[in-house]
Design a protein around this ligand. Structure first.
Ligand SMILES: [Zn+2]
Length: 195
């Protein structure tokens, strides 16, 4: 059995560690023995043997990048009602295929550049939605744009009193209500006394 400084030179060539396959010994760096590895994604990299055998490193870094990007897609701000409201008002004004486009973008209502550029700016200006019963209302000018100074979180009854008179289109009467999907059961019942 080898002892001393040669002890760690274990032959790893050909072995697989996660996504990494070791191709050849790549030299020593201080106490570390480095092995050239090829990741399944194609990247080659020299990695310390102890990080391979301990399981600390299992890819060139791509595993971690994938996990992070998956997390930012499924968590973060996209699930908040404020983000839903922001997405929805932009859609109503700029997406000609949106079911309510005719009542918004179609009649010239726009979203200010500051809010178009940034959900964070919208959130900084409008703040947290007070209750589930509130949605973004253009007020005081119902024919005006979505912009700071002409928007508020309002209840359905506040909005009804602010609504423009509809011609006899028979359209339903809640133009500024954002679509936020089915109500979440944990919030059911909340808000009734908070108007
Ligand atoms: Zn990789």
């Amino acid at each position: 059995m080898m002892v001393g400084s040669r002890r760690t030179l274990q032959d790893l060539a050909g072995k697989r560690f996660g996504r990494l396959v070791v191709s050849a010994f790549a030299g020593r760096s201080g106490k570390h023995s480095l092995w050239r590895c090829r990741c399944d994604c194609g990247v080659e990299k020299a990695i310390d043997a102890t990080n391979l055998t301990s399981g600390a490193i299992r890819s060139c870094g791509c595993l971690r990048r994938e996990a992070l990007s998956k997390r930012s897609q499924t968590h973060g701000l996209c699930e908040t009602p404020e983000y839903g409201a922001w997405c929805n008002l932009i859609q109503r004004c700029y997406n000609q295929k949106h079911s309510r486009y005719a009542d918004y973008g179609g009649r010239g209502i726009r979203v200010c550049q500051r809010w178009l550029d940034s959900f964070e700016a919208f959130y900084a200006d409008m703040g947290h939605r007070p209750t589930e019963g509130h949605s973004i209302d253009r007020y005081p000018d119902n024919d005006g744009n979505y912009e700071p100074g002409n928007c508020r979180w309002a209840t359905a009854s506040q909005q009804n009193s602010n609504q423009r008179r509809r011609q006899s289109t028979g359209a339903h009467s809640d133009p500024a209500k954002p679509f936020l999907g089915p109500r979440r059961s944990k919030e059911a019942g909340r808000g009734r006394n908070e108007y």
